[in-house]
Design a protein around this ligand. Structure first.
Ligand code: PT1
Length: 259
């Protein structure tokens, strides 16, 4: 899963059209690099980020989804928590809903069930604005696993098929480095919940802290974590650097093919 950024950067004065065009070019690049799926979101959910208004989120995502749809059949996931964005994105050609709130907000669970598409349910402690202030768990693996089991049950209750459910421990979402490492180490356990597992580790702060490197120097750290996650059974990797990750994962797959 290749990540597409749709947030206007503070140095560009080209407005949303300029940003959407850049995002579109980036999408084409990730497709040519071998992405199986693109994740498009219009609201940043990084630590410390603030919510964005509905109109803004629609403007950032829908024209981009339409533009990608015109040149490619690649599956697109919409990274959103707003039911209106879910509807508009699926209507525009997206086919997966990625919810960092695990469909806990408003009537998002009912809307996702009605749209009848695969959903990714992610664990988060707190909210993006405050989640990194003081994350506390007694047993992070058990708590995240219990939460995801409960959200799988809620999704099944709402009428979503088991084969349309994906879970994600939510690396960096209300977790210290130690929490993130414990979750990664135990990633194989999440497979016991009987649904596909997604891991998003690419360029995250845990890599920056361990290596003492800024976001643009986290490629090798990201690749290492991608390999570990794949070997521990992750089905989908959310990444920024598609070409190098595809090579790394091809090597993991080769290992899986020998007796
Ligand atoms: C993710 C994810 C996501 N991550 C899913 N969706 C982000 N399903 C957005 C940091 O610690 O892992 N899974 N959508 C990006 N969010 C973050 C969080 C970015 C933490 C950076 C950090 O640096």
């Amino acid at each position: 899963m290749g990540v597409i950024n749709t947030t206007p950067d503070s140095f560009s004065d080209g407005g949303q059209f300029d940003t959407t065009d850049k995002a579109f070019q980036h999408a084409r690049r990730l497709i040519s690099e071998g992405a199986d799926l693109l994740d498009i979101g219009g609201e940043s959910t990084r630590p410390g980020s603030q919510p964005v208004a509905l109109d803004e989120e629609l403007e950032r995502t829908i024209p981009l989804i339409q533009a990608v749809r015109e040149v490619s059949d690649i599956p697109i996931s919409i990274d959103t928590n707003k039911p209106e964005v879910m509807r508009a994105a699926i209507d525009a050609g997206a086919s997966i809903i990625n919810s960092i709130w695990a469909l806990r907000l408003d009537d998002s669970l009912a809307v996702a069930a009605e749209l009848d598409v695969p959903v990714c349910l992610m664990h988060m402690q707190g909210t993006p604005a405050t989640m990194q202030q003081d994350p506390v768990y007694e047993d992070v693996v058990a708590e995240v696993k219990d939460f995801l089991a409960a959200r799988i049950a809620a999704a099944l209750d709402a009428g979503i098929d088991i084969d349309k459910i994906i879970i994600d421990p939510g690396f960096g979402f209300g977790k210290t480095i130690e929490h993130n490492l414990l979750l990664l180490k135990s990633l194989a356990e999440f497979r016991e919940l009987g649904v596909r597992v997604l891991a998003g580790l690419s360029r995250k702060k845990m890599i920056g802290t361990i290596l003492d490197k800024p976001a643009d120097q986290r490629l090798y750290g990201s690749l290492s974590l991608a390999v570990m996650a794949a070997m521990l059974g992750a089905d989908i990797l959310r990444v920024h650097d598609v070409a190098p990750t595809a090579d790394a994962i091809a090597m993991v797959r080769a290992l899986g093919k020998v007796a």
